[in-house]
Design a protein around this ligand. Structure first.
Ligand SMILES: C[S@@+](CC[C@H](N)C(=O)[O-])C[C@H]1O[C@@H](n2cnc3c(N)ncnc32)[C@H](O)[C@@H]1O
Length: 276
């Protein structure tokens, strides 16, 4: 079977370290959970038959949902083809600025919003997803006129995979999405990265500070006690090492291509932490 690839480039995307992650995937999994799915690099690579995927980002999850419905998926593909043909700086800002008018974006069909999300991801600077305090997408145009928005073959592979398997798609907080996980299931957590800033109340650009990392650790422990196999990836920081010191921590090198300020290119250390 042809494997699907992520339909967006996503900050923290795991394509670079998939080989490493796959070394630690348990053999028999009843249900696969990925509560911070993002672009779903590992999810698509493993293509589990039964899964629960989740992300906080509503625009991203809307694309996954549109891809589950043949009619909507077809309409989204047609729009994407048209957007690619019209791609220019002016057109980019026209599509980007649709969310400046709240009543216009709320009237937009789900497949039009999905096409907008994929198009903006391909045509924006560095494939970033960033919104301002009014929830308006504010990444500038990438200035490349040649873009490959419409990867029809991959979108068809994703559509086919999603409808042929038992995939539940959720749009909320990570904690809720794993409430039903039980012994025999497997959870992969790929949260926003921990940073070296040690202040507990510090504002983090990704909205996921030390308190959130601690809350995630509590969920990790709870799942462990229930007999669920759990794997987590994060940066190799002292804070993460201290939190998870009773579990199996492996350190690997990863190449980072995108981060919000563009300074994070190069090689960084990541941890892969399992309870088995
Ligand atoms: C490091 S990225 C995941 C990358 C993904 N593994 C990939 O391959 O593309 C983290 C994701 O967590 C999501 N997120 C942030 N806070 C969240 C929360 N409280 N609950 C669920 N998802 C959250 C973000 O929207 C983002 O997509």
């Amino acid at each position: 079977m042809i494997k699907a690839k992520p339909f967006v480039k996503w900050a923290g995307g795991k394509r670079q370290i998939i080989k490493e992650l796959k070394k630690y995937i348990p053999e028999d999994i009843e249900c696969y959970y990925e509560p911070f799915v993002g672009g779903g690099a590992l999810f698509f690579d493993l293509a589990p038959k039964k899964a629960v995927i989740n992300d906080f980002n509503g625009e991203l999850i809307n694309v996954y949902r549109v891809l589950c419905d043949f009619e909507k998926y077809t309409k989204m593909c047609n729009l994407l083809k048209a957007y690619e043909a019209k791609n220019s700086e002016e057109f980019y800002y026209e599509i980007r600025n649709k969310d400046r008018n709240k009543s216009s974006i709320s009237k937009m069909s789900d497949y039009t919003r999905a096409a907008r999300t994929i198009y903006l991801n391909k045509a924006c600077f560095n494939g970033l997803y960033r919104v301002n305090s009014k929830n308006e997408f504010n990444v500038p145009f990438n200035k490349k006129l040649k873009l490959n928005t419409y990867d029809g073959e991959n979108l068809l592979t994703i559509h086919t995979y999603l409808i042929m398997n038992d995939i539940t798609i959720m749009n909320g907080d990570f904690e809720k999405s794993v409430e039903n996980a039980k012994s025999g299931d497997f959870v992969y957590f790929d949260p926003p990265y921990d940073t070296l800033n040690n202040s507990f109340t510090s504002y983090t650009e990704n909205g996921f500070g030390k308190e959130e990392q601690r809350r995630l650790f509590d969920v990790y422990k709870r799942l462990d006690k229930k007999g669920v196999k759990v794997m987590l990836s994060n940066h190799n920081t002292p804070f993460i090492n201290e939190l998870y010191k009773d579990y199996n921590i492996r350190v690997i090198k990863a190449k980072r291509n995108i981060n919000s300020n563009g300074k994070g290119r190069g090689s960084v250390e990541e941890t892969i932490i399992t309870n088995y």
